[in-house]
Design a protein around this ligand. Structure first.
Ligand code: ANZ
Ligand code: ZN
Length: 854
């Protein structure tokens, strides 16, 4: 009898599949299309279990859909620009391109070992000029649409190395990763994409995403952060207008001072000479703080009076104008009306600087008194001290104070209803080398001029030195930097910033369908045919930025006439983490290396002897709980690794890596192997089925039904694997291995197994005499007729004691009276009742008949 040798058969079939182009994307046809997409990895050099999980999930879906008659696109690529390559260059003097491509080669091999059915002919790497040429082209589309612009923004500046740092290069103490210098903030002119123009669409279209997890949609909505309210115009004593954004225009009668952001353009004009020194000092201090520090809750409030006053437009009260850092310049209008009675930040500010507090909302259950309040009251109530708003219920909704206040403002031309978004424009400039160069030439006459199409890509120069000092290497290569202006010919300079790598990943899914096009970003007909992605699979860590940016790009390219759909990803599955077992010392919090533990059933600290805690946490080096995919594949084979990952937890849930369960799946595959390998199957048509054959057929089609349902939409792989195990048990238990029904069962088992354990399914499929790949076969379809039992087994009891079973036709078994009669007439009943008097008969239709005799 042959043995299951995964190492041999997996390599063998991977080779055959690749040689026969099994995974190649089919041409356009009338078959329905299915675009399966997994988030492409960063080529760090090593595949980890998280990768194995995503790509296994996407592979099962792709294989299933192929068998269900779809033409499937299942592509793979590399998110290959970014900081680690550049850090490697600085630390180890290897060129970022070499480092990256070596890593890609290594990871591609590891992926191939898993038997994922990617169409490798569509492989792309975002760092390749064939790809970033089009990233640059798309940037210019944004530029031409007025959606890419420059403005000043702060960066992290390392004063020792004289270079800009990415946030990841600044440690928790605010020091540079390399020089250790205290990082400063510096203003630089940088590029932005105007995502705010699409804020409303990005919010509203979330409703179209029926196949997305609610929590991801909620995170996106919160990130966009729409607030509705009003803009109110105040006038200063000198006659200047200050517009504020407020979500509570109804509290306008309670506004007792104004606060401007320290960066507000009117501050200089409003500042009196007495206040000027204090204001200037405050502005400098605020500039050094991050937005997060400025707005953190519970922060001691600080601020300075400008010396000027404004007039409250509804009650003509003279109110002082202050500046304070808790008001941000880039939210709303950069100025607020302060209502200390009903806004906590304003309350704290008023208390600190002794500013007046006016109550304008009275709650039902208490009476607020501004002199005794200890915090703001933001809740519901009734409007008071508010002119014609008095008596109106406070809050939003028809006929309530906010709507009334807006109507009042509009009627008196003091303001208007409006909304505001927390979403900011996207800062895409990076002062780094390893990214797509922004294709702009700065000309002293013409300003920012796009690089002409014919000159794309603007290639990254290759002989570059990486010192980590003195700014991006691109600023130092004169031959690359200096070019004539494309429009007037004057000596000009290239833009030296490269693009945020999130740009690369905001459109890669549009490129895959036509990945090798060297004439255009993609062929519109091809990409519009394949898009939108039918199933996207990836990590929850991308719930906000990557998905939002991809949605934004899709909408802009649609508006540029390239795409004919609104949303890129129809369905989204966010897979859970893979967690490993850790041994943690509860007192020190340290993780002990598993090899140092003598008795795993009673783990103790090898040094202190303390009892260790066993907890499952995300796999990582520092916790010594990683499991290398290669090790598992070498020991058990890819099919077992895949089966375990799919079986252990539903795909959205975290998965605890347990060697015992891996073993369990290995044993299961071995059972399947013994069941099928070398079996002689009766391929004759089945007729006149025996009871046992009918039962087996019912098991077969129940498995088909359950698995098909488990894989429809929700992708319950774990329960599908359980069904496979049940079916395999039913087949092993079958006494009639020469029955055509048994052959039908083996056929179904292999087809059902094929998406999960593709190598084994292929090997066994061929071993029972097929010459075509199982992966080109159809997925089994349930025969509803096989599911209905035409007989049921009924237990016969006498005085509650089981005496035997009888087979009753379903129609009889399910009918109480008929079943009783049928049971009375049975041989078993007659034998045990043996003429005694029947006092009572308990009948459970479909199951049991119990005779109570004297
Ligand atoms: C008066 C008021 C009274 C406010 C009240 C709130 C409660 P969200 O929901 O986050 O949009 N605000 C406006 N612009 C600001 C800025 N640039 N920096 C800091 N705070 C700003 O919050 C909107 C509210 O935050 C606005 O409504 C404003 O305070 C403040 F009982 O105006 B409110
Ligand atoms: Zn010019």
């Amino acid at each position: 009898e042959s043995r299951y040798t995964p190492a041999e058969i997996e390599e063998k079939w991977q080779k055959v599949w690749s040689e026969t182009n099994l995974d190649q994307t089919p041409e356009q046809s009338d078959k329905p299309k299915f675009y399966a997409l997994s988030m492409f990895p960063y080529p760090s050099g090593n595949l980890h279990m998280g990768h194995v999980r995503v790509y296994t999930i996407v592979d099962v879906i792709a294989r299933l859909k192929r068998m269900q008659g779809y033409r499937v696109l299942n592509p793979m690529g590399w998110d290959a620009f970014g900081l680690p390559a550049e850090n490697a260059a600085i630390e180890r003097n290897v060129a970022p391109a070499n480092w990256t491509y070596q890593n890609i080669d290594q990871m591609r091999d590891q992926l191939k070992q898993l038997g994922i059915s990617f169409d490798w002919s569509k492989e792309l790497a975002t760092c390749s000029p064939d790809y970033y040429r089009w990233t640059q082209w798309i940037f210019l589309e944004f530029f031409k649409a007025g959606l890419a612009y420059q403005k000043e923004a702060t960066v992290n500046w390392d004063p020792i190395d004289q270079t800009v740092l990415a946030n990841e290069q600044v440690d928790a103490d605010g020091r540079s990763w390399r020089s250790g210098a205290k990082v400063e903030r510096k203003l630089l002119r940088q590029w932005f994409l105007k995502i705010t123009d699409y804020a409303e669409q990005l919010l509203v279209d979330l409703d179209k995403l029926k196949g997305w997890p609610d929590r991801v949609k909620l995170m996106q909505a919160n990130w966009i952060g729409k607030s509705t309210g009003a803009q109110v115009t105040f006038t200063t004593e000198a006659g200047d207008e200050i517009v504020v954004f407020t979500t509570r225009p109804d509290t306008l009668w309670g506004a007792s001072f104004m606060v401007l952001s320290p960066e507000h353009p009117l501050v200089e004009k409003l500042t009196t000479s007495e206040q000027s020194a204090a204001i200037q000092q405050y502005q400098e201090a605020a500039a050094a703080k991050s937005d997060l520090d400025r707005t953190a809750e519970g922060q001691e409030k600080t601020g300075v009076w400008t010396g000027s006053y404004a007039i409250n437009p509804v009650n003509n009260q003279k109110i002082p104008i202050w500046i304070a850092d808790y008001v941000l310049m880039d939210y709303g209008t950069g100025a607020i009306m302060a209502v200390p009675a009903h806004d906590q930040r304003d309350f704290e500010f008023a208390k600190k600087f002794n500013l007046p507090i006016h109550v304008v909302v009275q709650p039902a259950d208490q009476t607020l008194d501004s002199s005794t309040m200890t915090e703001a009251y933001p809740g519901e109530g009734v409007m008071v001290n508010s002119g014609e708003l008095n008596g109106v219920p406070a809050g939003k909704g028809k006929g309530q104070s906010v709507e009334k206040a807006i109507a009042f403002l509009e009627a008196h031309q003091k303001g208007k209803g409006t909304s505001n978004y927390r979403l900011r424009d996207w800062l895409i400039s990076r002062q780094r080398y390893w990214g797509a160069p922004i294709p702009i030439i700065h000309c002293p006459n013409c300003g920012a001029v796009p690089v002409p199409d014919a000159d794309l890509p603007v290639k990254l120069p290759e002989d570059v030195e990486f010192s980590g000092k003195g700014g991006s290497p691109l600023t130092q290569i004169e031959s690359w930097l200096n070019v004539p202006c494309p429009s007037c010919g004057t000596p000009a300079k290239r833009e030296t910033d490269t693009m945020d790598t999130f740009i690369d990943s905001s459109w890669y899914f549009l490129r895959y369908p036509d990945a090798n096009n060297d004439q255009a970003v993609f062929d519109k007909a091809i990409t519009n045919d394949w898009m939108p992605v039918d199933q996207y699979v990836g990590g929850i860590e991308h719930a906000i930025l990557h998905l939002l940016y991809s949605r934004f790009f899709t909408k802009v390219l649609r508006d540029r006439g390239l795409l004919n759909f609104d949303e890129p990803f129809e369905r989204l599955l966010t897979q859970g983490m893979v967690q490993g077992r850790t041994y943690k010392n509860p007192t020190t919090g340290k993780y002990v290396i598993p090899a140092d533990i003598k008795d795993p059933t009673n783990p103790v600290d090898p040094i202190t002897g303390e009892k260790l805690e066993i907890v499952f946490e995300k796999m990582s080096k520092s916790k010594h709980n990683g499991v290398a995919p290669g090790d598992v594949v070498n020991k058990y084979g890819a099919d077992t690794a895949r089966m375990f990952i799919l079986f252990k937890a539903p795909p959205e849930k975290d998965l605890e890596w347990e060697d015992a369960d891996v073993e369990g799946q290995y044993r299961f595959l071995n059972r399947v192997w013994r069941l099928v390998a070398d079996s002689k199957l009766n391929q004759k048509p089945a007729k006149d089925l025996s009871k046992a054959e009918k039962d087996l057929r019912r098991s077969i089609h129940t498995a088909i039904k359950e698995i098909t349902e488990d894989l429809q939409g929700e992708y319950q792989f774990n329960t599908a694997v359980s069904e496979l195990m049940k079916l395999s048990n039913a087949l092993s238990d079958c006494a009639q291995k020469d029955s055509p029904v048994y052959a039908e069962g083996i056929d179904a088992l292999l087809r059902l197994l094929a998406p999960f354990a593709p190598h084994m399914a292929e090997e066994l499929w061929r071993s029972i005499g097929h010459s075509d790949s199982i992966h080109t076969q159809s997925f089994p379809i349930v025969d509803p007729g096989a599911l209905v039992a035409d007989e049921k087994t009924i237990v016969i009891q006498i005085l509650g004691k089981t005496r035997g079973t009888i087979e009753a036709a379903t129609a009889i078994a399910d009918d109480k009276a008929a079943l009783e009669q049928f049971a009375r007439d049975s041989e078993i009943a007659k034998r045990y009742i043996d003429g005694k008097e029947i006092k009572k008969v308990i009948v459970v239709p479909g199951k049991l008949v119990n005779f109570v005799v004297a």
